[in-house]
Write a protein that binds this ligand. Sequence first.
Ligand SMILES: *Cc1c(COP(=O)(O)O)cnc(C)c1O
Length: 965
Amino acid sequence: MSVTSTLLWRDSLPAADAFCTRHVGPDDRDVAAMLGVIGAGSLDDLMEQTVPSAIRLRGDMGLGAGVSEPEVLRRLRAIAGRNRVMISLIGQGYYGTVLPGVIQRNVLENPAWYTAYTPYQPEISQGRLEALLNFQTLVTDLTGLDVANASLLDEATAAAEAMALARRVARSKADGFFVDADCHPQTLAVLRTRAEPMGWRIIVGDPDTDLDADAVFGALFQYPGTSGRIRDPRGWVERLHAAQAVVAMAADPLALTVLEPPGTLGADIAIGSMQRYGMPMGAGGPHAAYMAVRDAFKRNMPGRLVGVSIDSRSEPAYRLALQTREQHIRREKATSNICTAQVLPAVISSMYAVYHGPDGLTAIARRIHRLTAILAAGLRALAVRVETDAVFDTLTVATGGESTLVRDRAEAAGMNVRVVDAGRIGISLDETTTPDIVRAIWRCFCPDAQRVEEMERTLAAPADLLPPALRRTGTFLTHPVFHAHRSETDLLRYLRRLSDRDLALDRSMIPLGSCTMKLNATVEMMPVTWPEFCDIHPFAPAAQQAGYTELFADLERMLRAISGYDAVSLQPNSGAQGEYAGLLAIRGYHRARGEAGRDVCLIPASAHGTNPASAQMAGMRVVVVACDGQGNVDIADLRAKIARHADRLAAIMITYPSTHGVFEESVVEICDLVHAAGGQVYLDGANMNAQVGLARPGAFGADVSHFNLHKTFCIPHGGGGPGMGPIGVGAHLAPFLPGRPEDGGVNAVSAAPFGSAAVLPISWTYMVLMGDAGLRRATEVAILNSNYVAARLADHYPVLYRGANGRVAHECIIDLRPIKEATGITVDDIAKRLIDHGFHAPTVSFPVAGTFMIEPTESEGRRELDRFCDAMIAIRDEIREVEGGVLTAEQSPLRHAPHTVRDLTDPAWERAYDRQRGCLPGDVAAVSKYWSPVNRLDNAYGDRNLVCSCPDMASYAEGAAVQPS
Ligand SMILES: *Cc1c(COP(=O)(O)O)cnc(C)c1O
């Protein structure tokens, strides 16, 4: 551009970095004022004081400038346009489905649902907990089993979890696990990955001929099989049970509306994918997998379980049950490493069932089956051999060696079929299939249109193809919730009623340490529901996914630039799965170098529970390293542990900045010590929000990290999922990254090659909008905000850990233990009192019991930070009343929090404080206040009286759930 034209266009171009000022809460004036409060001269000074200079990135990351919202959408449209949406008949676990608009707009595209956090604070999560209880009820009814969890990551990992569960509960001492050869290939790949480090033998075969029940502790059958074939498993089940082995079935939940459920057939565990209950294929996800088990196994079941309990007024209320099974508490002895699961997709699937009801679902299934029967009859009439007789929606068809020809004809007609081998193809019909599609399939086998027409005219209505012995008898989904919301008006209001009960980011900040509840910008969410991204089958030909390929490559490039690693895998579906994939890469590396004996994984005492749980799954022995009084890794103890395990050392897992919210000065030394002993460094990247643009783990000594895209990179939490946990690795680990699951790739950890592909555009959009400078600014302000909160609260609550210059990183821990000791007021009392002020509590008792970990993120502006600090200080004043003997802890409003409308209207108010103060503390406005729908939950009651499906009709009708409230 010439000098003149630069002058000409000055001040007339859109500001490239404008989005950054929308993403980051505080503006320049606020930043200056906040720097004043914490006593730092500038953001640069603060960074110098906070981030150790040994690891500091000087220079930029090479991402270029940020772009505007219209520009990012233009680029996204161009990328999306390079994907080709086809009619998918591939099946193999992924099917076309119709997501009702009312659910798409009001759940999937609604921040009240998608920005919520995992329901660990049950009082503010009653809406999504009810939806998840509906999900569990749906799954138990469909599968005929007793207890279902609230979702797993995908069908393949659910199968691996079923295998691990079978090992925990089976009385058989055998080391084999039998896998029906008619399972989906991606399921088999993930089972192989999971079995190998545990020393379990995978035996694949035809159950009729190859099943040796005495050689296995469990077995998995697919129902219907990946070929479409439906077989009666009862004979196999009997033999397995006689040998004390456990039976799992992978079942299609739509087929289960017309087929006998696994529970009735004798299965102990059922797993599967709820994708076709309304969730788009999304090139592989996100989708909710389900797991249901017999009552006897419920305490061994992985994943979250929603249960019914009561609140302090003995009103029914929902909560997460049996949390002591989970990695947060059980660590390497946990039932699995699952933390983030698939809550939003589970909610959507449950609402799909609420909308259609049992009769609607059955009608959808029957229509698909009818079309399948007609398709099969027509093919046979055209002298095409259909290899499968008893089927639901999928046919395996002989092509006489011409599979490629048939596939090409299908593609020319806009359809994808599954090429099984040179002589067979698979065809799966779904909710979107029409008679025209069936005709088009016929023509792929018989291009003579006239002959096909003739055949159709003379074709007699075929009989149905469900095996008579396996037809579903009995009713299901009898609960009123599956009958009461069948008009759009009713469903709309039900959705609104539930979301109104929850506190999500659309109402207030959620200062959860380690969870990075930052802005999920609307523009970032928009591409998720574009057909070019969500209507792609994960195993569609690469040429049809050119847009995704480009977007993934660009996303990988940006993640490499940000992290300093050499290679990235986008496959893991959560941070915990990233840990698992990363540790498997380390395991593969050691074995390839003839050092298979390296199996010790050092983990600091302060680590997140997923770390030890993942290490256990990767076949490693966990050895805990102590932390010192400052919350840093105790270097002396680290040296001692390294010396003790030297030639068995596989890895260390550290979190950086540490879970204590501090940039440890010694991180480079830790990496050096571990490397010198032949170990590898896994750096848990959950805290990348403190590093982006300032430090790069791949450059300062780590070998592998996962990135929680649902934390630092703006994928919303969805109430507990979906997430994505891609990993970055050094070049030496790249050969051991997860392979493609559908091709039996080694180390595959998800069912689909790019995990939950459909949410990856969110993170891409964020990074492109922000650019180099914007991302660095976000990190700097995240650190500023956390230091600001620490400074404002320091006179009221001690800040537990600080770095070398008295600074905290992007989060800080405040110590509430002295308060408990002096007054009896607990962390829970304070957490619940925050609800009365309209806030979600910070992270409670992690990584240190009796503390809060506060992470404000860069997205919160000064006003919201002040509102939060004011609330915390007002609460401190209430604690002082207890300290001063004005009230006892039991009399204090803290103990009775959260306050509800029932408290406000209670005719018998006999508290030591007045209603106004209890219900409307500080300057909370009655009109805009968030009212907790229930009083404090009784957790012990819920675990003692476990109810994990919708309460029976009587109690339900009395409750608020059916009646508008
Ligand atoms: C969130 C988190 C994880 C686990 O990530 P998920 O995506 O929930 O599986 C692991 N480590 C740390 C430090 C975390 O904060």
